[in-house]
Design a protein around this ligand. Structure first.
Ligand code: GLV
Ligand code: MN
Ligand code: MN
Length: 402
């Protein structure tokens, strides 16, 4: 809990928590984590995309690893546990093993991923996709709101984009990936349980929509002669909401919108907004994306607004591996707890790591299901139960699928 508080002090905004990929705050958080990894007996450094990576050797050097981790970046005005709890819990597990001088028949690697939220560049899971080898070098041309590309931001941070491919791990190096994360929803609280075993992570699609009309004088242009991009965008936002409401398992969000030129007395000539659509079934999500695209076209046409829709990212839903879930279930039972299985509505780094290793996740109860909000909170007792469950899983981990 103290370490989550220490990490929360590295923020773009004083008095809140905002820490995006490849920022000075991101570097400070990474350095702090590397120090903790070393204290816990690991060799640790930033990799070529800016992930903080620590390695605890097994009984012999160079054994394949059990990979643990979560992310160190945050959303804007974030809580302090989303991501960070998984990183510090994993380090604490290694610390516990190291202080007993215990080595296992596999290595452990702990990764603090540099980008899971995708707040800065819109496209997400940059750190974990680099490790999985699925981050196309072309993605490094993606620009942030100030026009800086990922490659430029990497150079400024002191990283060499040409070395991206060195981050990639082979399937034979990674036995499995396990992530502890706060639930970010209300289910475990309702069940009266401190931890739960994740069954699958819902897929997501991210779009960026640009609407172009005509900027003009707010006092002189009659309503019938306007091409107001923001009025059109307002209809589009409602269309996203309506589409998502058509199915109980769909969710749709417009989380960011910007109107230009942005003055009280100017008709907005151009608007850009993001769309985030998620569902447990890929076909349901794909249908919803197609419907949103069609509706935006139908809204724009009669208003004589040009609409450009860019797909930022699509990721299918990711099932957790039954053999790993089974071992997590045993670790939960070893704490004397009833086992509850639940899906994840939020995205996680495992979605990317799945390309090279089987994945599983342990959720820790969070207060009121509140997350992506500074009020995000967990109890010390639950953090302890999460840690003990993860440690029990690691100590009994059998790399051979049952
Ligand atoms: C990350 O928290 C996401 O699900 O967008
Ligand atoms: Mn998050
Ligand atoms: Mn997260």
């Amino acid at each position: 809990m103290q370490r989550c508080a220490a990490l929360a002090r590295h923020s773009e905004l004083p008095g809140g928590l905002t820490r995006v990929f490849l920022s000075p705050e991101g570097r400070a958080a990474g350095e702090l984590v590397l120090g903790w990894m070393r204290e816990a007996g690991m060799q640790a450094q930033l990799d070529a995309i800016g992930n903080a990576v620590g390695r605890y050797e097994g009984e012999r050097p160079a054994l394949p690893c059990l990979m643990l981790g979560s992310h160190l970046d945050t959303v804007r005005d974030a809580g302090r546990y989303d991501g960070m709890l998984g990183v510090v819990s994993a380090i604490e597990c290694v610390h516990a093993l190291n202080s007993r001088g215990k080595r296992l028949p596999f290595a452990i690697e702990v990764v603090g991923f540099g980008d899971e939220e995708g707040v800065r560049f819109g496209t997400t899971l940059l750190g974990s996709r680099a490790i999985a080898g699925t981050l196309d070098a072309k993605v490094l041309d993606t620009r942030d709101a100030s026009g800086k590309s990922i490659a430029e931001a990497m150079r400024e941070f002191g990283l060499n984009p040409e070395r991206l491919s060195r981050v990639k791990r082979k399937r034979s190096d990674v036995l499995a990936y396990i992530e502890l994360h706060i639930e970010q929803g209300p289910v475990l609280e309702a069940e009266g349980l401190p931890v739960g075993v994740v069954t699958a992570i819902n897929g997501f699609s991210r779009l960026r929509v640009t609407l172009r009309g005509d900027a003009g004088h707010a006092g002189t242009v009659p309503m019938g002669l306007r091409r107001d991009a923001l009025a059109a965008a307002a209809e589009c936002v409602l269309a996203v909401e309506k589409t998502a409401r058509e199915h109980p398992e769909l969710v749709g969000t417009v989380g960011r919108i910007e109107a230009r030129p942005g003055a009280i007395n100017v008709i907005p000539g151009e608007v850009q907004f993001t769309v985030d659509i998620r569902a447990p079934q890929d076909s349901l999500r794909e249908q919803a994306v197609a419907e949103v695209r069609r509706k935006i076209g139908e809204i724009a046409a009669p208003r004589k607004i040009e609409a450009a829709i860019e797909s930022l990212q699509d990721l299918g839903s990711s099932a957790c591996a039954p053999w790993l879930m089974q071992q997590l279930v045993r670790a939960v039972e070893a704490q004397g707890l009833r086992v509850h299985r639940l899906p994840s509505g939020a995205g996680h780094d495992g979605m990317a790591i799945k390309a090279i290793a089987d994945i599983a996740m342990l959720f820790v109860r969070c207060k009121g299901g509140v997350s992506h909000n500074p009020a995000e909170s967990i109890s010390e007792g639950d953090a302890g139960t999460g840690f003990r469950t993860l440690l029990s899983f690691i100590e009994n981990f059998n790399a051979i699928p049952a």
